[in-house]
Design a protein around this ligand. Sequence first.
Ligand SMILES: Cc1cc2nc3c(=O)[nH]c(=O)nc-3n(C[C@H](O)[C@H](O)[C@H](O)COP(=O)(O)O)c2cc1C
Length: 179
Amino acid sequence: MDTITCIKTRRSVRKFLDKKVEREVVEQMVELAKWAPSWNNCKAVRYTVVDQEENLKKLAKNWMAPENIHIVDNAPLVFVVSNVKKRSGYERDGYTCTDKGDAWEMFDAGTACQTLCLAANEMGLGTVIMGTFDEEGVSLWLDLPENETIIAMVACGYPEVIPNSPRRKEVSEILRYQA
Ligand SMILES: Cc1cc2nc3c(=O)[nH]c(=O)nc-3n(C[C@H](O)[C@H](O)[C@H](O)COP(=O)(O)O)c2cc1C
């Protein structure tokens, strides 16, 4: 698939076939996601994969927001995407040279998630990024290192339904040039 096709055909997929995603495939996806750019190449994004059925059901029931319960309940796997704190947006000595502080963690996780989703699309997999869940509950359940913060989750599987593309704005609505 060429890059333009991959960008344009990636959709948020919320219904998956009852088909396992092999760990070898997961590793190929992360191998591609690791090429996402990051703040000062700090490489602070981490991926924790939940792929056991009983654990996915537990995650869905206990910690996902209502709109995401059915997605996780039926997904073959979920990437919990976290970021090592105080790396994105910071120099090695802890100095932060922008007004945005640790908001760059979100940015780095965003580039990583998008790269992961595009890699998945190329491999015939569907994904959806999810932002609403009980972060503290999931962190404790997964026993994540204390210096990591969960940014998002990405459900992934072979698509059952690929939704139509939601409307995008026209370029003229989002692009301006300095006068
Ligand atoms: C940061 C972020 C958080 C999102 N959170 C959710 C979510 O919690 N649940 C969900 O179903 N979709 C979620 N989405 C998916 C968006 O709804 C989706 O990307 C948007 O409607 C455009 O559709 P498309 O991805 O198919 O182009 C999220 C997307 C982003 C980038």
